[in-house]
Design a protein around this ligand. Structure first.
Ligand code: DQA
Length: 148
């Protein structure tokens, strides 16, 4: 199946951005690793990062036409602010897994609320770059389950 890896604002800076919080792995390394795992399980991964909410929304709107079966999404700071991205995901009805590198619950209280967690298949938070690998495996498993 076609899987989409979406990353929100500032995640292009991974590797150098607050490494104590986000680790030293770059986004390119994450994309390469997750693409490889997708290929190994017979899937195809597209990846897109943007610092702009509108571009992320557009990419979600385009997903049904490109037959995206599942989205792996780190909305970054938009996690805590974006009703528009939430509505985009509800609008296209594509299941998604929410990922955060850091443990958002161990950080500032404004990071404790997510506009996505209650509509996600599940959420992975605090496990660093490895969380994306777990999300890919979870997506692959999800796609084997009987449709609800
Ligand atoms: C993040 C957590 C968010 O609170 C933060 O704004 C980010 C990254 C994470 O991956 O840990 O930019 O989504």
């Amino acid at each position: 199946a076609h899987l989409l890896l979406l990353n929100g604002p500032n995640l292009n800076l991974l590797g150098t951005r607050e490494p104590g919080t986000y680790g030293s792995v770059t986004l390119e390394q994450i994309v390469n690793r997750v693409s490889q795992l997708a290929a190994e399980s017979g899937h195809h991964l597209s990846a897109f990062q943007s610092n702009a909410e509108a571009e992320l929304i557009s990419r979600i709107h385009e997903a049904p036409a490109s037959h995206v079966a599942c989205i792996i999404f780190n909305p970054a700071a938009f996690t805590h602010t974006s009703v528009a991205l939430r509505d985009a995901l509800l609008g296209v009805k594509i299941p998604f897994i929410e990922v955060h590198l850091s443990n958002v619950y161990a950080r500032e209280s404004f990071r404790h609320h997510s506009y996505f967690s209650d509509i996600a298949i599940g959420t992975i938070t605090g496990l660093g770059a490895f969380g994306y690998e777990l999300a890919l495996r979870a997506a692959a498993n999800y796609l084997t389950l009987p449709r609800k």
